[in-house]
Design a protein around this ligand. Structure first.
Ligand code: FE2
Ligand code: FE2
Length: 175
């Protein structure tokens, strides 16, 4: 029950909480793009951990739908605001094209899982493959892509991307 009651991005749902968080941001050090994306990564990996420990089919369904929402949103934000800045640069173009392809594979597995129930052994096999794919992709981003981005994208542009992602996240929550 507890799992099913959890809403996607539950911690952001309350308007007061969000505005309080924003107020504290103006005082505290601004979050970097890499902090922001890593937080998403941790949240996604946390759902995989919960799936790993969960046995109830209904709860697994709820967790999977949360996983799908978070992954879709995260990949969309990266593709819309972060990756283009690296695609334009000759030094990072090859690597970032690989990242787009990894997203495509993740999306394919997610869509293949649509019609399969968590109590089906194929679902169990697919979630394992998905977890490995996502883990590898996020690991590569944190180790290689973020390093490239720190070197190749100007500080001002990085801050601009943070602003765009934060704005998009707020709009996704309230609409
Ligand atoms: Fe990614
Ligand atoms: Fe990512």
């Amino acid at each position: 029950m507890k799992v099913q009651d959890r809403k996607t991005h539950g911690e952001h749902l309350d308007y007061k909480q969000v505005s309080k968080r924003e107020r504290s941001h103006t005082r505290a050090k601004k979050e970097t793009l890499f902090d922001l994306l890593k937080k998403d990564h941790e949240s996604v990996m946390d759902i995989f951990d919960q799936i790993d420990e969960e046995e109830s089919t209904e709860s697994l369904r709820g967790l999977f739908s949360q996983l799908q929402d978070e992954l879709d949103e995260h990949m969309q934000l990266e593709e819309q605001f972060f990756y283009p800045a690296l695609k334009e640069n000759d030094d990072s173009r090859e690597k970032i094209l690989e990242s787009y392809e990894q997203h495509q594979v993740v999306k394919t597995v997610l869509s293949q899982m649509q019609g399969v129930s968590p109590d089906d052994e194929r679902w169990v096999a697919k979630i394992k493959v998905l977890s490995e794919l996502v883990n590898q992709h996020m690991g590569e981003e944190e180790k290689e892509v973020f390093k490239m981005a720190k070197r190749l994208i100007e500080k001002e542009k990085l801050r601009e991307i943070v602003g765009e992602i934060e704005k998009a996240k707020r709009e996704l929550i309230w609409h």
